[in-house]
Design a binder for this molecule. Sequence first.
Ligand SMILES: [Zn+2]
Ligand SMILES: [Zn+2]
Length: 344
Amino acid sequence: MKAVMKENAGAGLVLREVKEPSPAAGEVLLKVRAASICGTDVHIYNWDRWAESAVKPPRILGHEFTAEVADLGKGVVGWKKGDLVSVESHIPCLECYQCKNGFMHICDRLKIIGIDTDGGFADYVAVPQVCLWKIDSRLPLETATVLEPLGNAVHAVSAVDVAGKSAVVFGCGPTGLFVTRVLKAVGAGKIACVDINAMRLELARSCGATELFPGDATDLPDRLRAWSGGYGADVVFEMSGSKAGLTNGLSSLKKGGTLIAFGLSRQPIEVDVSNQVIMTGRKIVGIVGRLMFDTWKKMAAMIEEGRLDPRPVVTHKFRMDQIDEAMKTISQPNAKVGKVMLVP
Ligand SMILES: [Zn+2]
Ligand SMILES: [Zn+2]
């Protein structure tokens, strides 16, 4: 079968002909219908310091994908060949304290598909049964493909009451754009989007942002406070992982407001906790992954009711053998690029 993999330590990815995996006990063999590229995959492609420490080549990448059940490993129950699925990328151990208390997404021995195990940038992939989420055949392919990253956004927005509230999204990469879609879907009031990339802000507008702010404006917190009626925004979603995003995010937040922290910074970020958090009664809530499987259920309902459509975020589609072109497209500075799909 064809697979996009990190063959050796170093930059780049290659398309290789490799042996089809066979499902171990408790695993399901999936025939991949389509995948999409995560920012994490770009880090692995570029082989930065984080990637070097996290990935042991050879490794087939891909943790956002939709597939069809092709075969069942020993002991798998409740699934049959031909079932259509989307895949939860977090592999929980099912035995630790977190797993046993409903927090599989922050399992103590968490593994991630496409990073710790071979992933979905391939014709076939074997994954543990616990990672499967059944989908309807009527679900558009684009939507089915991006449920994993869309789930991050549903998880983030569900962590705070946003109905009728003013919300600011810092960072309009694909997950920031998904957050904008979800905010719209759940009836947030005004939605402002912030990014240093003007083209991404244009995408944010088509995703439902009511106001756009350039991320490099020196008076950004003042402008955002003015936009929200002088008090500051009710909720801030920090999706950029930048120091500016976090500090401006806190400065733009009303007293008593909540900042949802999702964007990962590779370096520790210093925050004035005394003034920006304690004395102002603000909350910072960390969000990772998706609740397994409350978030998936909530997301499926929103899509089925026609309230949530992630497709405006999907801007490009490439074949797997065009992986270099896909990565170059994502890495272009100031380009109108949202989520990029890969099809076999
Ligand atoms: Zn990801
Ligand atoms: Zn666990």
